[in-house]
Design a protein around this ligand. Structure first.
Ligand SMILES: Cc1cc2nc3c(=O)[nH]c(=O)nc-3n(C[C@H](O)[C@H](O)[C@H](O)COP(=O)(O)OP(=O)(O)OC[C@H]3O[C@@H](n4cnc5c(N)ncnc54)[C@H](O)[C@@H]3O)c2cc1C
Length: 373
């Protein structure tokens, strides 16, 4: 059963219908998520609820659950404002934010989830609640990383930042320099300013640095300089509006792992058989966020557009980031043990029957276990 929602009231009716029929509830905005909804659930399609309202004085945006980042970026740009968006303009704001949301501005302004100010949700009981830092703070904390496990968001409000222009693009070097570029990146990563987010991408014919600096060209060039191992073969870095960052590109996440360090040889071995391998930089403001999304202390990740990640396995952190988790069985890896335990407790309060039990699910804590504790 699929319900195409046009209003928050439609979403509420859909949840109540699902309860009456004993169905679980799944949500889809763009369908970009890594999980395919199971048969036998009621699917709420929010793709028509695309409203975007920007408040330039408060530097906030309020969006419907079907809004995409491209629409928010376009609406905020005339005011010199920008959201912490992802690498693709067609990804949905809601799925991205509830799953953490790592973007070009994250080292400067945190994850998308860290920028959430308010979420309106329909809960498993069909209640329409508003969660903020000072109101239903437990639910608000859970929503900043727990994906769709706690309810159906009918609207999100989040911070925008004054970023009228960035310096972004990519530089390419011959493929033979891949090891040098990775080693240099590993050496200087901890010294790079928070304004700079940069990744190393190895493809069969080149190695590239992709990046965005949320500042002026001079500062950006100074920040990038230590990473340039040779005169680049190709350089597209330039001042651009924030909307231009969506053209810089990303790597298809057929596999994704967090790393405490860059195992240069293992990354090179993985790149031998992959269409692309991208080592991303985390850290900066991400380490200061307080929601449950991800593992805040991890400095790197590796995204592989390929099948063979055996060489990387001995080096991975073991944790995950919900937005890149393919296998629902790895949902728990998306959180620290303490955060997962708190999420499971909150889940028992807000969705004890696991109505939102499809996809990357956080199951309610077991009451017996807690009583014993
Ligand atoms: C091309 C591409 C680039 C990407 N780049 C990045 C990136 O740079 N950084 C990053 O962090 N992630 C990135 N992702 C991952 C992306 O953030 C996740 O796939 C995200 O779940 C997509 O959300 P969506 O709403 O577009 O997708 P959907 O498939 O519509 O939704 C995905 C899931 O989000 C939840 N959800 C959606 N709407 C609601 C709602 N109203 N209420 C409650 N739960 C809801 C549900 O669990 C749903 O299954 C990328 C994905 C793609 C395809």
């Amino acid at each position: 059963m699929i319900i195409q929602a046009l209003t928050a009231a439609d979403i509420r009716v859909a949840v109540l219908q699902a309860r009456e029929r004993g169905l679980r509830v799944a949500v889809r905005a763009t369908g970009h998520g890594t999980f395919t909804e199971p048969d036998g659930a009621l699917l709420i399609d929010t793709s028509a609820m695309t409203s975007v309202l920007v408040d330039p004085d408060r530097r906030t945006a309020r969006v419907g659950p079907g809004a995409t980042w491209g629409a928010v970026i376009a609406a905020a740009a005339p005011f010199g404002l920008a959201p912490v968006a992802g690498t693709s303009p067609t990804v949905g704001v809601t799925g991205f934010t509830l799953g953490g949301g790592h973007g070009w501005l994250s080292r400067r302004y945190g994850l998308a989830a860290d920028n959430l100010l308010r979420a309106d949700v329909v809960t498993a009981d069909g209640d329409t609640l508003s969660a903020r830092a000072d109101r239903r703070s437990g639910l608000f904390w859970a929503l900043r990383g727990a994906g769709g496990s706690f309810g159906v968001a009918t609207a999100l409000e989040f911070k925008l930042h004054h970023v009228p222009e960035v310096y972004g693009g990519s530089v390419r070097f011959p493929r033979a320099l891949a090891g040098d570029v990775l080693s240099r990146f590993r050496e200087y990563a901890s010294e790079l300013p928070e304004e700079l987010n940069v990744s190393v991408v190895i493809t069969p014919d080149a190695v590239a640095l992709r990046g965005v600096h949320a500042g002026g060209a001079d500062e950006a060039l100074r920040a990038l300089a230590p990473l340039l191992v040779a005169e680049p073969a190709h350089d597209t870095f330039r001042p651009m509006p924030y909307s231009g960052t969506v053209t810089i590109g990303g790597t298809r996440p057929r596999a994704f792992e967090l790393l405490r360090d860059i195992p240069v040889d293992a990354v090179l071995a993985t790149a031998e058989t992959a269409d692309a391998v991208e080592v991303k930089l985390w850290g900066g403001a991400i380490t200061r966020g307080d929601g449950p999304a991800g593992h805040r202390d991890v400095p790197f990740s590796v995204t592989v557009d390929g099948d063979d990640v055996a060489a990387l396995e001995p080096h991975v952190h073991g944790g995950a980031f919900l937005n890149f988790v393919q296998d629902p069985a790895r949902t728990r890896d998306g959180y620290t043990a303490a955060d997962y335990a708190r999420l499971a407790e909150l889940k028992r309060a807000y969705d004890p029957d696991n109505v939102f039990g499809t996809g990357h699910n956080i199951a309610p804590a077991d009451a017996m276990v807690d009583l014993a504790a």
